[in-house]
Design a protein around this ligand. Structure first.
Ligand code: FAD
Length: 492
């Protein structure tokens, strides 16, 4: 009889882990507290609008192809992708907007125009980022991070310097480019990793390769279509997904996780995978003797930012807007300081808007627009309605002035989301939106471990362990943990 694997949480990582384990021959049950899969990538449907609640950028299409291919499938079996052009736009100020072209030649032209002579450096920069992508995404991220020795192989060791693991991406970019808008453009993808460019290794210029060379894509219907595809694939593979099922405790007998206890049911297990926030699984679902880390360890972790989000339905279409638009019309320094160094509410934050209805008419009623605003804020800052309203007014003023659209009088739907929602919905540690920051000191084997050292058959996956935050890393995390399990536990 097949051994029983119980996976906690049907986010990207849990869905991925469950699917690989089912493929490997385990009898898999996936327990999810919500009534739908996706976790941070759930969808919100209100009055004909469909909002992606979390991720909106589809980067690294090769990782999704690789994922589905391992089950004999393709992304196109589940959703249709469209490449965006421009990839995104950046407002730097009044009448100062950069439309980032998808076409590489047009991209080079834009660099030359802003910084004459920079295209030679861009070529070199992109060659180096392509190499980092090749080694980083096709090799490093698949190492579980159990120990530093994984990185002792000659090839890896030799590449440490070429990968720029020990220098910051901020100084690395400035070595090549001077124009402040180009520097900001190249530094922006690092924000996905949860730390400042100064604290992020230059290895992550691989994100620039993903941005510029691989492109920004959109699954028609929204990011949740990926989740739907993954959940139906999991079910095809035999995973038993139980929604509306919140895990309350993992019962340990003789150093092994034997039962996963929910309010109305108990699930027997031969192996357990925590795909909910690592901190929650280990600090709340396990009794103290079985935790690998204590409170002081968690206190010292650098978490990726939390966010305030606004899901807005407008009863008109917008001008001067693109699918993804970054509002960098305020200096990043003071905002970064309030996110990373001295956690507090920012005075004049940068923000981002996603307007998926520009690409996809199915996400808003006819003649209307689907608009999501996101402000990154420090993790751990408790918000309330007054704070959300204040920031809403602040960014709508800026949005209206910069884009020339009046939106206040056209809002037909508005839902807010922030710290308290992240904690209540996802048991998120300090209300983090996207996991553990990828700082130099929290990379690879320096992250919380995938395999418990205290409970023999307990494993962790997701954006607080290796390889890190983001949708593609979460898919990889599920795959890597399943391989770690197979090394020690046979399915039959
Ligand atoms: C606002 C926002 C924007 C983002 N933008 C992007 C983007 O554009 N591109 C990108 O690549 N990434 C983006 N990310 C990051 C990406 O969404 C995450 O890295 C990824 O979704 C994390 O997946 P996960 O499986 O680790 O965690 P989660 O999605 O949090 O999944 C964990 C699951 O566990 C469930 N759970 C929790 N506790 C329990 C319990 N006790 N019992 C049962 N179930 C439980 C939760 O309900 C949840 O479904 C964004 C994230 C946010 C929040």
């Amino acid at each position: 009889m097949a051994k029983k694997a119980v996976v906690i949480g049907a986010g990207f990582s849990g869905l991925s882990a469950a699917s690989f384990l089912a493929k490997d021959g385990f009898d898999v049950t996936l327990l999810e507290k919500h009534d739908m899969p996706g976790g941070r990538a759930r969808k919100l449907e209100v009055d004909g609008f469909t909002f992606d609640m979390g991720p909106s950028w589809y980067w690294m299409p090769d990782i999704f192809e690789r994922y589905f291919a391992q089950f004999g499938k393709k992304p196109s079996d589940y959703y249709t992708l469209k490449r965006l052009d421009p990839s995104y736009a950046i407002y730097f100020g009044d009448n100062d907007v950069m439309k980032v072209p998808a076409d590489e030649k047009a991209f080079y032209d834009m660099f030359e125009q802003l910084e004459p002579g920079s295209s030679a450096n861009l070529k070199k920069f992109l060659e180096e980022s392509a190499y980092k992508y090749e080694v980083g995404i096709k090799d490093f991220v698949f190492r579980p991070g159990n120990s530093i020795t994984e990185f002792f192989e000659l090839r890896v060791f030799a590449s440490v310097f070429r990968l720029h693991m020990l220098k910051s991406i901020s100084s690395y970019i400035r070595k090549y480019f001077k124009h402040p808008q180009l520097v900001q453009l190249l530094e922006f993808p690092v924000l996905f990793l949860g730390a400042t460019p100064e604290k992020t290794p230059a290895l992550y210029s691989l994100m620039n390769y993903a941005d510029i060379s691989l492109g920004t894509w959109y699954p028609m219907g929204g990011m949740h279509e990926i989740v739907k595809g993954m959940a139906s694939l999991a079910e095809e593979l035999g995973v038993n997904i139980k929604y509306n099922t919140t895990v309350e405790k993992i019962d340990i007998v003789k150093g092994n996780a034997k039962k996963v206890i929910c309010q109305d049911a108990v699930y027997e297990a031969d192996v357990v995978v925590g795909g909910a926030d690592y901190n929650h699984v280990e600090q709340k679902l396990l009794d103290k003797p079985y935790r690998m880390y204590d409170e002081s360890y968690w206190k010292k972790r650098v978490m990726a930012p939390s966010s305030i989000l606004y899901y807005i339905g407008l009863n008109k279409r917008l001008d001067n807007m693109w699918h993804h638009t970054l509002f960098f019309d305020a200096p990043f320094g003071p905002h970064a300081d309030k996110i990373y160094e001295n956690p507090d509410w920012p005075d004049n934050p940068l923000f981002y808007s996603s307007c998926a209805s520009i690409t996809d008419p199915s996400v808003a009623p006819d003649g209307m627009e689907n608009l999501v605003f996101l402000i990154p804020v420090a993790p751990g800052l408790k918000d309330d309605q007054a704070i959300r309203d204040r920031y809403f007014d602040m960014i709508v003023d800026r949005f209206e002035r910069l884009t020339g659209n009046d939106i206040r009088s056209h809002i037909v739907v508005r839902k807010d989301y922030g710290y308290t929602n992240f904690v209540d919905d996802y048991n998120s540690f300090r209300g983090n939106a996207y996991g553990l920051a990828n700082t130099i000191l929290q990379t690879a084997f320096l992250k919380p471990k995938m395999r418990s050292k205290k409970v023999d058959n307990l494993y962790f996956t997701g954006q607080l362990t290796t390889p890190g935050p983001g949708v593609p890393p979460s898919l990889i995390s599920g795959e890597v943990v399943s391989k770690e399990i197979l090394k020690r536990i046979k399915p039959n």
